[in-house]
Design a protein around this ligand. Structure first.
Ligand code: AMP
Ligand code: MN
Ligand code: MN
Ligand code: MN
Length: 283
């Protein structure tokens, strides 16, 4: 069992979190985190700030991001860790991945307007910290403010998921490209929160097989998105596919996230922690 308090998954205002990189670093340190990574969606604009803030708080740091990928018609998230934050190929790849978000947001707003919720684009923009990264999360925050729903979970359930009026199908990066960008920048790729995807057993097997083929290294086993039974299931999957394991809260916001920074069980034994493979990338 690895007893280092490691949190390698969370979000700042650079994507869809509500805290700055500095506020997150302070909160992580206060919660006892010893090794931290900020993993904003499709963005590495907060990496230098996060590394400096980690240093100021006495924590070790690994660079991070969470790339949106389309696989078998579903959105899958691939976390990248320990890459060079100034790598040009990574920067271009993420810029391309972010590219469709503006037009998608206008379509989301049109879908909401059609069911009697006007002004959602302008409303969501009030919550956006980075104009290049408007996310469904920002719409969810606005619909709570507008009194349409009691919390963001209800907004996703009623309006922002497949088949609902504010859902817009979108094509993100390919699995192959996302893993390649991370590897070519010197980092390792991790399948984020695998239990969240609505895959059949065959599709999930294909995801893990293709991820391995492309050079993927690890899977999140202990995450704020998994139940205790899912820790056990994906520990088995990690062993079956010869993958290392990661641990991360996926913290977004004090008011919204159930799992706070660093407040998770340790990785189950007999797994290789992904950070051990990244020892030379730790700052
Ligand atoms: P996007 O990248 O714009 O599609 O937004 C995806 C983000 O929405 C995720 O990273 C989560 O932060 C958030 N999200 C997705 N599903 C839910 C849900 N059911 N409840 C709350 N937040 C969610
Ligand atoms: Mn998010
Ligand atoms: Mn995710
Ligand atoms: Mn996340």
């Amino acid at each position: 069992m690895s007893i280092l308090n490691v949190d390698l998954h969370c979000h700042s205002v650079v994507s869809d979190g509500t805290l700055t990189p500095e506020e997150l670093a302070a909160r992580a340190a206060a919660n006892g985190v010893e090794l931290w990574a900020l993993t904003d969606h499709d963005e590495i604009g907060g990496q230098h700030r996060a590394a400096a803030a980690a240093r100021a708080q006495g924590m070790k740091y690994l660079t991070g991001t969470e790339i949106s990928v389309t696989f078998a018609g579903e959105t899958v998230h691939i976390v990248g860790l320990g890459f060079d934050p100034d790598d040009e190929g990574m920067r271009r790849g993420l810029e391309q991945t972010r590219g469709g978000r503006g037009a998608r947001a206008l379509e989301i707003a049109a879908g909401l307007a059609a069911v009697g919720i006007p002004g959602a684009y302008e409303g969501a923009l009030k919550y956006v910290g980075n104009p290049a990264l408007i996310s469904r999360t920002h719409f969810a925050r606005y619909l709570v403010e507008a009194g349409t729903c009691k919390d963001t979970a209800e907004v996703f359930r009623r309006f922002l998921t497949e088949g609902k009026p504010g859902y817009v199908p979108h094509r993100w990066a390919t699995l192959k490209d996302a893993v390649r960008w991370i590897r070519e920048a010197g980092g390792l790729a991790v399948i984020a929160h695998p239990a969240r995807y609505k895959f059949t057993a065959n599709e999930e097997y294909a995801l893990f097989m293709e991820f391995k083929t492309h050079g993927g290294s690890a899977v999140e086993v202990v995450t704020g998105s998994h139940t205790a039974a899912e820790y056990v299931k994906y520990a088995d999957t990690a062993r079956e596919f010869g993958l290392a394991a990661s641990r991360g809260s996926d913290f977004h916001s004090p008011g919204e996230s159930h799992t706070d920074l660093g407040q998770l069980p340790y990785l189950p034994g007999e797994l290789t922690p992904v950070w051990e493979l990244l020892a030379d990338r730790i700052q």
